[in-house]
Design a protein around this ligand. Structure first.
Ligand SMILES: NC(=O)c1ccc[n+]([C@@H]2O[C@H](COP(=O)([O-])OP(=O)(O)OC[C@H]3O[C@@H](n4cnc5c(N)ncnc54)[C@H](OP(=O)(O)O)[C@@H]3O)[C@@H](O)[C@H]2O)c1
Length: 337
């Protein structure tokens, strides 16, 4: 079997560590593996199976011979470093929002639009975590009924904002319970025992960047510029797993049981929908589950051809690291490396 030379940039972060774990779990065929982070981590050792990897900082020439570089070090680093990988002949799979809306960069969820990888020009973008889990459910609905309008409300975990944000929730929770001063560094407002209706910064239209990412990325992945999409994104004091409430207007009539059956038969989607037994997807169920969990599927009686549903998924795995590794697998399986 062919083996590939892999680089992970941002290897010490939440997503980077998860990428290494997933490469190992899924036995991705690796020849050489290089790990990069900031100068704060230079020289640290990361264990990967029986290898001991030394964390490096990015330098001119460091990507020579690399087939795939998985990036999760933020958009500034992606913009700066991606050209070095390209120049060395490798392919970048980028988790940041640096290139997602670039028309020369495919924005990929393999189960939804893997075929768009045919047009890649060495940079491939991984969508936003909340977008990935949503389009996994929109795709089978689009195929069966067509989509008209999506109203999104998210309930997003703090791990979506990186490891410092997770630490802040834990520290604030301890401080609150011990009646000590609450310190805020990563979030503008207290996140412990609170919900913050702001993720990322505000734009001129009074939506946040996260909300507009969901709108624009959804249209690009679904290849449907006419799809009406609107979003409100909220950070909640949960460590792992994003939840979303979706109101979806279809292009045709439907039978609610058919929709449940469609999800029950969609790969990497799990239907958990039993109101009588109070069973529905929870954020805590996503910790050791790579599927998109969907439930609370019901008719919207206020609007024709419209449904409501609730979904949860692991933001670090399918929402980031797993999707990136699946893109690499797709490239390898289709002899595109
Ligand atoms: N968390 C999620 O759910 C999620 C989902 C989708 C996409 N993403 C995206 O993935 C990226 C990383 O997120 P994260 O949650 O993993 O953040 P994180 O936990 O804060 O990790 C950031 C990583 O970037 C590294 N880094 C910082 N400056 C660097 C530099 N100058 N050169 C090389 N590496 C550098 C850090 O290294 P040090 O340890 O040395 O500081 C660390 O490895 C972001 O673009 C984020 O938007 C995150």
């Amino acid at each position: 079997m062919k083996e590939y030379n892999i680089a992970v940039v941002g290897a010490t972060g939440l997503v980077g560590r998860e990428m290494l774990k997933i490469l190992s779990e899924r036995n991705f065929p690796i020849a050489d593996l290089k790990v990069f982070a900031s100068s704060r981590s230079e020289g640290k050792i990361i264990e990967f199976e029986d290898r001991k990897l030394t964390v490096e900082v990015v330098k001119e020439g460091c990507f020579e011979g690399i087939d795939i570089a998985l990036f999760s070090a933020g958009s500034d680093i992606s913009k700066e470093v991606a050209p070095l990988v390209k120049k060395a002949g490798g392919i970048v799979i980028d988790n940041s929002n640096a290139f997602r809306m670039d028309k020369n960069v495919p924005l990929i969820v393999p189960e939804v639009n893997g075929e768009a990888l045919n047009d890649h020009q060495q940079i491939i973008a991984n969508p936003n975590c909340s977008t990935i889990q949503m389009v996994m459910l929109l795709k089978p609905l689009a195929d069966s009924y067509g989509l008209k309008r999506i109203v999104i409300n998210t309930y997003q975990a703090v791990s979506g904002a990186g490891k410092k944000a997770v630490d802040e929730l834990i520290e604030q929770t301890k401080a609150y319970l011990n009646k000590e001063e609450i310190k805020k560094e990563n979030f503008n407002h207290q996140i412990a025992f609170n919900a913050i209706p702001q993720i990322d910064t505000f734009l001129d239209n009074d939506y946040t960047k996260e909300e507009m990412k969901m709108v624009n990325e959804c249209k690009k992945i679904m290849a449907d510029e006419d799809l009406a999409v609107t979003a409100t994104c909220v950070r909640i004091p949960v460590i792992f797993g994003h939840g979303e409430s979706l109101n979806i207007e279809l292009n045709s009539t439907y039978n609610i049981n058919d929709i449940k059956n469609i999800f029950a038969n969609t790969k990497n989607v799990e239907l958990i929908d039993n109101p009588a037994q109070e069973k529905y997807p929870l954020q805590i169920d996503t910790e050791n589950n790579d599927n998109i969990l969907v439930g609370r599927i019901r008719r919207d009686y206020s609007k024709e051809n419209t449904i409501n549903l609730w979904l949860t998924a692991n933001n670090l795995r399918k929402g980031a690291a797993l999707n990136a590794v699946q893109i690499a697998e797709y490239l390898a399986e289709h002899d595109m490396l």
